[in-house]
Design a protein around this ligand. Structure first.
Ligand SMILES: Nc1nc2[nH]cnc2c(=O)[nH]1
Length: 382
């Protein structure tokens, strides 16, 4: 694979360090600055991972609570994936006040027209993905659904290779394979749920929706990374919040149109009254599901900007077996060997991906010390 395809994302730790111009002569002050920058990067990545995993876990569990206790609206469930965007307003305001951030002001900002087109395009794709995601979940048994959903990693690898020049090393492919097997193990565990009496047509529709959702989701992640690389060229908190805010705003508007056009909104009042935990719990469940998914969205976009779209997707798939384990605590589901094995495989997959980043870091350090001697041979690539 040619040299030009090497850097996968808008900002890997490696890349962030390679921006520094002087190679060999370092004052203690420069070394300290580099050390601080590296640890700041790891800290930010850890926070975004936490946002993604906690948002996904709580959003999924509350979504399940909604349907378990009498909720029935697919459009409302879809809306919760994007409707939490107003909670980002204080962060937008706060980061506007800190507009003097060096990284932000150094990069020439794209025109309003370009930005609006990107937000509208990504928002509509996200709305489409959210509807397909919810329809898939409605028409398919959880097991079949999870199996097909795991394909989003493969879709992502393909999109990231072509759109983001993502390098596919041995450890990254190993990670993708382990994470896919981890999802399959979960499916085996859930096999009994396949006896649902969905009609054949609905089952086929569910499969088509889930495959399309997986492909669209993978495309949205890769396109977001491409936007970061080629158009935004900045990875500040403000840019991440702006993208998440406007993307969710457009997606929410599109989903609200769907909610009204489908006529489902008419049944929401009676649904709230019949909710088994009461009206207040109904509103709280919807509200907190929306907040959780928005936390997930920040984590997801943050990881795309700081690392790569594929890494963001890997973390979200690592989170899949976390949900059944949390359900053991929250819903008193049974602990099974399959759940534990799936979780261990997911962790192993994650470690494999993280190890690749460690190798990239080592390579970057060696390159700084001795720029001419380090070649791409130190990394196994396909
Ligand atoms: N297709 C798809 N849509 C999502 N929206 C939030 N998470 C996901 C996901 O894992 N897959």
């Amino acid at each position: 694979m040619e040299e030009a395809r090497k850097q996968p994302s808008c900002t890997t730790s490696t890349e962030a360090k390679e921006i520094l111009p002087t190679e060999n002569i370092k004052t203690p002050l420069q070394s300290n600055a580099r050390w601080l920058r590296t640890y700041k990067w790891w800290f930010q990545v850890a926070i975004y991972i936490l946002f993604l995993l906690s948002g996904q876990a709580v959003g999924t569990l509350l979504g399940r609570l909604y349907f378990d206790k009498g909720g029935n609206s697919t459009w409302l469930a879809t809306l919760t994936l994007t409707m939490g965007f107003p909670m980002l307003l204080p962060f937008r305001f706060h980061s506007s006040l800190q507009n003097h951030n060096a990284d932000y002001s150094r990069v020439q900002q794209p025109s309003v027209l370009v930005l609006t087109s990107i937000y509208v395009f990504l928002g509509l794709c996200t709305a489409g993905d959210s509807v397909l995601y919810s329809l898939g979940l409605k028409y398919l048994p959880v097991s079949t659904y999870s199996l097909i959903c795991a394909s989003q990693l493969a879709f992502n690898a393909v999109f990231a290779f072509f759109l983001n020049a993502q390098k596919l090393t041995f450890f990254i492919i190993n990670s993708l394979v382990l994470l896919t097997i981890s999802s399959i193990v979960l499916v085996i565990h859930n096999d009994t749920e396949d006896s649902s009496n969905n009609s054949k047509n609905k089952y086929t529709l569910g499969i088509i929706c889930t495959v399309a959702a997986s492909a669209l989701y993978a495309f949205v992640l890769s396109f977001t990374e491409l936007t970061c690389q080629k158009i935004l060229k900045s990875k500040t908190f403000r840019v991440i919040i702006d993208l998440t805010f406007y993307e969710s705003l457009v997606a929410t508007l599109a989903i609200v149109v769907g909610l009204f056009a489908s006529g489902e909104w008419k049944s929401l009042k009676s649904e709230m009254q019949d909710f088994r935990l009461g009206k207040v719990s109904y509103i709280m469940t919807i509200l907190w599901t929306g907040i959780s998914w928005q936390v997930f969205n920040i984590g997801c976009n943050g990881l795309i900007f700081k690392v790569s779209s594929l890494f963001s997707n890997v973390i979200s798939v690592v989170g899949l077996p976390v949900d059944p384990v949390l359900a053991v605590v929250v819903f008193h589901d049974k602990v099974t060997a399959a759940k534990v094995v799936s979780l261990l495989l997911a962790l192993w997959g994650f470690m494999s991906y993280a190890y690749q980043h460690y190798l990239d870091d080592l390579k970057a350090k060696a390159k700084r010390k001795c720029p001419r001697e380090v070649t791409e041979d130190s990394i196994t690539e396909i």
